[in-house]
Structures are given as structure tokens and as C-alpha cells.
Design a protein around this ligand. Structure first.
Ligand SMILES: [Zn+2]
Length: 114
């Protein structure tokens, strides 16, 4: 089991850039990258889109649509979401940890509309 502290909630500029760089690599290079997490297709049976199952997961930098915070959706978290929580394959991280937490706890979180 690896490091638990930084799960992409507070990525440094360097981490964001590193993740972005991996996303621009050729798929074969991505697959062999140390940050890639291989997918287990036996756990993706709930996804019935033939032929388009992911081979692996990569850290995905994103900008929170609510507060604009930049975070990384870690490859291990994606694996858990798709394979254990049986999430929809088209689902993407769009809200940061704090905004999701605020929603879950039911507290009113003012959404800034610009
Ligand atoms: Zn947010």
C-alpha cells in the first residue's frame, strides 16, 4: 500500500504538470508509465459498451466546476470508482473534494455563477 496523504486533493504545480504530460504520451507509453493503474475487466462487467473498456487508468487533472480549484483524480481512485463502486464509465471528476464533501453533508454551498 502506498502513500495515503496526497490523494490528489492538493496537487502541486509540478504534480499537475507531470500528470498532464503523461496524458499527452502515446497510449503504449502511458500503459508502461509507473503512474498507470491497469484495469481489471472482470470487474467492469457492468459496463456494456463493447470494445471500449479502458486498459488502464491515468491520473486526471481537472478544474472544479463549482469553485475552480485544481485537483487530480488519481488513477487508483478511478479504478475504485469504476470497478468497486460500479460507476458509469463516462463519469468524470468535475467537482473537488471539498465541494463533494459539502454536498454530501447537505450543507448549503453557495455556487458562484459568473
Ligand atoms: Zn470545488
Amino acid at each position: 500500500m502506498g502513500k495515503k496523504e496526497n490523494m490528489g486533493r492538493n496537487p502541486t504545480e509540478k504534480e499537475l504538470r507531470a500528470a498532464q504530460r503523461v496524458l499527452e504520451l502515446h497510449p503504449l507509453q502511458q500503459r508502461n508509465h509507473p503512474s498507470a493503474v491497469l484495469a481489471d475487466h472482470s470487474k467492469l462487467a457492468h459496463i456494456n459498451t463493447y470494445g471500449s473498456l479502458p486498459e488502464f487508468y491515468l491520473d486526471q487533472p481537472f478544474v472544479c466546476r463549482l469553485c475552480g480549484k485544481r485537483e487530480i483524480w488519481k488513477a487508483e481512485d478511478q479504478k475504485w470508482y469504476y470497478e468497486e463502486a460500479k460507476g458509469h464509465i463516462d463519469a468524470r471528476a468535475v467537482e473537488c473534494h471539498n465541494c463533494r464533501k459539502a454536498k454530501r453533508s447537505g450543507s448549503a454551498h453557495p455556487v458562484q455563477k459568473s
